[in-house]
Design a protein around this ligand. Structure first.
Ligand SMILES: NC(=O)c1ccc[n+]([C@@H]2O[C@H](COP(=O)([O-])OP(=O)(O)OC[C@H]3O[C@@H](n4cnc5c(N)ncnc54)[C@H](OP(=O)(O)O)[C@@H]3O)[C@@H](O)[C@H]2O)c1
Length: 185
């Protein structure tokens, strides 16, 4: 088996109930946990999952927002997509421009097993259109935004995904995990 086959690309984002990943003013207060506890939920096991991630991939707008908010990717290698010459912020960050299939198959897969593509919407839609996503982990926040940046947009193509897991958290978040059927592109 090639190294490309052994690695997995997971799309992970936090979405509002109505399908937005960013509010119109780019504030993130809608992601704050509500005061109410959902009694049947489990406590967040995020730390264990985070430790298993070998590499993050993100679009430049997500990168710039992450720098403003406080770097959430720790010392994990992070690849940022941009056509611009952006200043390097940390030695774990690399920049890439161009063909996404080549990026995943030739640059990331030989080096990393568990690749997390964490947005934004533009990059997520490109990865999905090209069939580069193996798993989707969609964290649904208990909020309607009414307006903002749509995660999926109009891709123009129908795709079926297999539900793998559903986890409800005490803070009211629900994580839906899906894998791509082996017959998909
Ligand atoms: N809720 C969540 O979980 C979540 C997750 C991620 C992001 N977000 C939010 O989403 C927003 C950003 O999303 P977005 O859709 O606007 O932008 P984005 O996907 O983060 O970044 C788009 C940029 O990526 C670069 N890019 C994409 N494909 C490329 C390629 N093949 N080669 C070179 N560069 C490429 C381009 O950068 P250049 O213009 O530099 O060339 C493009 O403008 C932010 O508000 C962020 O906070 C939310």
């Amino acid at each position: 088996m090639s190294s490309a086959k052994r690695s997995t690309v997971t799309l992970h984002v936090v979405s509002s109930l109505d399908g937005f990943i960013a509010s119109k003013d780019n504030s993130i207060s809608w992601m704050d946990s509500p005061g109410d506890i959902y009694e049947k939920g489990v406590t967040d096991d995020g730390a264990e999952v985070l430790q298993s991630i070998d590499c993050y991939v993100l679009g430049s707008r997500t990168y710039e927002h992450a720098l403003q908010l406080g770097w959430p990717y720790g010392d994990t290698p992070t690849l940022v997509l941009t056509n611009r010459k952006l200043p390097s912020s940390r030695n774990t960050v690399e920049f890439y421009s161009g063909d996404l299939k080549k990026l995943v198959g030739e640059i990331l897969a030989p080096r990393f097993k568990n690749i997390w593509m964490v947005g934004g919407a533009m990059l997520a839609q490109s990865f999905l259109r090209l069939g580069l996503v193996d798993e989707i982990r969609l964290m649904i926040a208990p909020a309607l935004l009414g307006d903002g940046l749509h995660l999926f947009g109009n891709s123009g193509t129908e795709q079926r995904w297999n539900l793998k897991n559903v986890v409800a958290y005490k803070n009211g978040y629900v994580e839906l995990s899906y894998s791509r059927p082996s017959t998909s592109p």
